[in-house]
Design a protein around this ligand. Structure first.
Ligand SMILES: *Cc1c(COP(=O)(O)O)cnc(C)c1O
Length: 458
């Protein structure tokens, strides 16, 4: 499937079912964004031509997955679909105890309800927004320990998702007794979908365990991360994604996963551990929040589709095409001079909004403004990852002001991505006349979902 450098990627699939989309007229788009109070989360799908809001739960399922849906055995307890799901997740991860959840945050809820608490400190390379929220809700303190390079968008580094091991060592030496677990997010979504190297994961595991602290993975995009390890880490070319995965998971004591990413399903997640005693307590909470342990908030047909999706996400043709699509869009924008997070990550292209719109002071919300302008220009929905999303956090890190163009899995063709590239380039051409926005209404928690915006008065 390889395409020559710079050429569009050839899709390793053909289209069997189609869903019409339509680009609204400029006037209709203006009306829609006003109605949405300039918050792109308030747009409806009919307003949107190409939706790059998220890669979460937006994948196209394969014919094998749809076939799997038809063999759902909707038994409350002891469904054979659960057994297939459990057996698959065990084989891929090596974790002995697996619980299904309806999505990633449900697994986080259970994990942090049990391990969080007053005065606890939770290190991560970079907390994802829901992870951070669950840490905070359990009165613990999230600490981001990504390497310094992670905060320099233009800097090229093969494993920008890495954790700063010196800072981790220091934190555990000083406050180890307050740290119930160390977490690493693979890939680092908040920091540009950047991978963590196997070497770095080995270091995190060694340091955490030397201090008697368990190490958990946020494994949402573990297959993309493993693909980058295979491609970029010395000595890894000859190893399969499955082999690399087994080594990653062997370093950890458990994991949370949103299967809406590298599970290739529209809904689903999991929670895994090696700790039998903790597992029993997890299972109790699962029953309270999600349902019986053999369905965990999902229809049994969803478990079957997830079992198939977890396998498909490890296929080399698929991973090469997927990361290739991201890299192609990245190079289209990069060649036009647009400031981007470098190098391209696994699931999206991240624009450095502060460099794109340097004339907007922080109050001008450059990230939110750029996302609004990209929608106005070409009906493309993106998302701000910056001051609006993380402004209220207690870790005090709002260093990055990004707009993410997340690529749904197996959904868009290269010509869709060419439209996206033209749209962003058109905003780039008129960037000097772009005016800023301000927040007119905001809630206390996860405010980016509900905030309202209005143009800054000039
Ligand atoms: C999506 C995501 C989550 C949360 O998963 P949901 O399925 O949306 O609840 C957690 N961590 C990371 C890194 C994610 O990308």
């Amino acid at each position: 499937m390889p395409s020559p450098a710079g050429e569009p990627r050839v899709e390793p699939y053909r289209i069997k079912v189609v869903e019409p989309i339509r680009l609204l007229s400029r006037e209709e788009r203006e009306a829609a964004i006003h109605r949405a109070h300039f918050n792109l989360f308030n747009l409806t799908s009919d307003d949107i031509f190409i939706d790059l809001l998220t890669d979460s739960g937006t994948s196209a399922m394969s014919d094998r997955q749809w076939a799997a849906m038809m063999i759902g055995d909707e038994t409350y307890a002891g469904s054979r679909n659960f057994r297939h799901f459990e057996e698959t997740a065990r084989r891929i991860t090596g974790f002995p105890y697996i619980l299904p959840t309806h999505q990633g945050r449900a697994a986080e809820n259970i994990l942090f309800s049990l391990l969080g608490g007053e005065g606890k400190v939770i290190p991560n390379n970079m907390h994802f927004d829901t992870t951070q929220e669950h840490v905070l809700r359990n009165h613990s303190k999230p600490v981001n320990l990504a390497i310094r390079e992670a905060y320099d968008p233009a800097l090229d580094h093969p494993f920008k998702g890495n954790m700063d091991l010196e800072r981790l060592e220091h934190l555990l030496a000083e406050q180890g007794h307050h740290v119930p677990l160390v977490m690493a997010t693979i890939t680092n979504n908040t920091g540009g979908g950047q991978p963590v190297s196997l070497e770095n994961l080995r270091g995190i595991s060694r340091i955490a365990h030397a201090h008697g602290v368990p190490f958990y993975l946020d494994m949402c995009r573990w297959a993309e991360n493993a693909y980058f390890i295979q491609q970029r880490e010395p000595g890894m070319r000859g190893r399969s994604i499955a082999e690399i995965g087994r080594e990653i998971f062997a370093l950890a004591d458990g994991a949370t996963m949103s299967a809406k990413k590298d599970g290739l399903v529209n809904i689903g997640g999991l929670l895994a551990t090696r700790d039998r005693e903790l597992f029993d307590r997890m299972r109790e909470l699962l029953i309270v929040y999600e349902g019986f342990p053999t369905y965990g908030g999902l229809a049994r047909r969803d478990l079957e589709a997830m079992a198939v999706g977890l396998e498909e996400a490890m296929e080399t043709d698929y991973l090469e095409h997927r990361t290739g699509q991201v890299a192609w869009l990245w190079s289209q924008l990069h060649d036009a001079g647009i400031p981007l997070m470098s190098p391209p990550g696994g699931h999206g292209v991240y624009i450095d909004a502060r460099s794109f719109l340097p004339h907007l002071a922080h109050e001008g919300l450059p990230g939110q403004t750029l996302a609004i302008e990209i929608y106005r220009e070409g009906g493309v929905r993106t998302v701000e990852i910056g001051g609006v999303m993380f402004g209220n956090d207690s870790s005090g890190e709002t260093a990055l002001e990004l707009v993410r163009l997340a690529i749904p899995r197996r959904v868009y063709t290269m010509s869709h991505l060419a439209h996206v590239a033209r749209t962003v380039q058109a905003v780039w051409e008129r960037r000097k006349s772009v005016r800023g926005f301000r927040m007119t209404e905001a809630s206390e928690h996860l405010r980016h979902f509900t905030a309202k915006f209005g143009p800054l008065d000039h």
